[in-house]
Design a protein around this ligand. Structure first.
Ligand code: UT7
Length: 329
């Protein structure tokens, strides 16, 4: 028995924050951002919107396009670094919002690799035979933890998310393989220093702006290229394939230069690589499921063709996943 994707969806907040908007807030230029990252704009939630609102919208779209009822959903896994609350899980709020009265669920934190980790765990639960339908979402409200006075981070990140419905199948389609990694020794290079149990929120932590994302961009850049290309090449070789057998490569969208360098190291041509970073920036756990939905809606994959995913993020966490595409109705 395999697990396959039977519906895809995304949610992008309406409000746009362009490079030109950022020029008015921090010492940056549209030219610098475009040439160093490939980003022209990102989307930002309204004040009243939180991660669970984006996720509930995605989950409802998954139900609509698959024809499933909320009662048929067994599991909801939300990959996010920006939950609505520490207590309760975003998955619980989404379960209630969509009326999935028979579902259980939880949040999973693995920064930008979160969606691949969530898809792996969801797939294994489905393959146990105990559960039939799972909703797997990656979404982040990065604007809630970004310092719009810090030009090192505020130009990169945006809000948004996407998700998939997964089910059992007896066919050959679905998740073929994955290679997932964690190396916590990299934790200091990309983190939110305060607000957790290590440094609870206080007047001092707020004054020191420690509730925002801190990133050592240069170090993260180097690791991202090397680790994503390593696991992508490894999964291709492990499955006795060559880079030409991959129809579409969806890498985490953190920086156009990271995407290009990773693809080059893997021997992939540009027309095999899906890129949408120009429109959304880095939506953390959202980038891969947003791209999967867009690739699906653009009919970039036919039944039986191979999709390769790769991500790298805080932790460090990283991984690759190989999927034999199942054309959706
Ligand atoms: O998604 C999770 C993983 N995250 C990533 O993969 C992100 C990885 N890192 C990156 O994408 C890049 O390192 C950044 C986009 C964050 C930065 O790009 P960079 O090419 O590494 O720039 P840099 O930090 O080396 O800075 C180069 C120059 C510096 O000026 P000097 O020292 O050469 O005079 C910076 O002060 O660019 C300056 N700079 C900026 N200038 C205008 C840094 N940020 C900006 C900015 N606008 N926003």
């Amino acid at each position: 028995m395999n697990t396959t994707i039977t519906a895809t969806a995304k949610y992008i907040p309406e409000k746009i924050l362009s490079n030109f908007d950022l020029e008015k807030i921090v010492d940056t230029t549209d030219d610098w951002i475009k040439s160093r990252t490939g980003i022209t704009k990102r989307h930002i939630v309204q004040e009243s919107e939180a991660t669970s609102d984006m996720c509930a919208n995605i989950a409802k779209k998954l139900l609509e396009s698959s024809g499933k009822t909320p009662e048929e959903i067994d599991i909801i896994i939300i990959a996010t670094s920006t939950p609505d609350h520490f207590v309760v899980s975003t998955a619980a709020i989404v379960q209630d919002k969509i009326g999935a009265i028979n579902a259980w669920g939880y949040d999973l934190t693995a920064a930008c690799t979160g969606f691949i980790f969530a898809l792996e765990t969801g797939a294994r639960l489905i393959e146990s035979g105990k559960y039939k339908n799972a909703i797997i979402i990656g979404a982040d409200t990065m604007s809630s933890i970004i310092d719009y006075k810090d030009r090192n981070t505020c130009v990169i990140f945006g809000d948004g998310g996407g998700g998939v419905l997964i089910e059992q199948t007896d066919d050959d389609y679905g998740i073929v393989d994955s290679i997932l990694k964690t190396d916590g020794s990299g934790n200091q290079f990309l983190t939110v220093p305060a607000g957790g149990s290590r440094k609870p929120a206080s007047e001092t932590t707020v004054k020191q702006r420690l509730h925002y994302v801190y990133q050592d961009g240069k170090t993260v850049f180097k690791y991202a290229v090397n680790r994503m290309s390593e696991v992508s090449k490894e999964i291709i070789e492990k499955n006795k394939l060559s880079s030409h057998d991959i129809k579409l490569f969806i890498p985490h969208q953190a920086n156009q230069r990271i995407i290009d360098a990773t693809a080059r190291k893997c021997g992939l041509d540009l027309d095999q690589v899906f890129v949408n970073i120009d429109k959304y920036g880095n939506t953390t756990a959202g980038t891969i499921p947003i791209a999967i939905d867009e690739a699906n809606k653009m009919n970039l994959l036919k039944s039986g063709e191979l999709l390769l995913l790769a991500a790298f993020g805080g932790g460090f966490t990283w991984g690759s996943m190989l999927i034999r595409w199942n054309k959706m109705l």
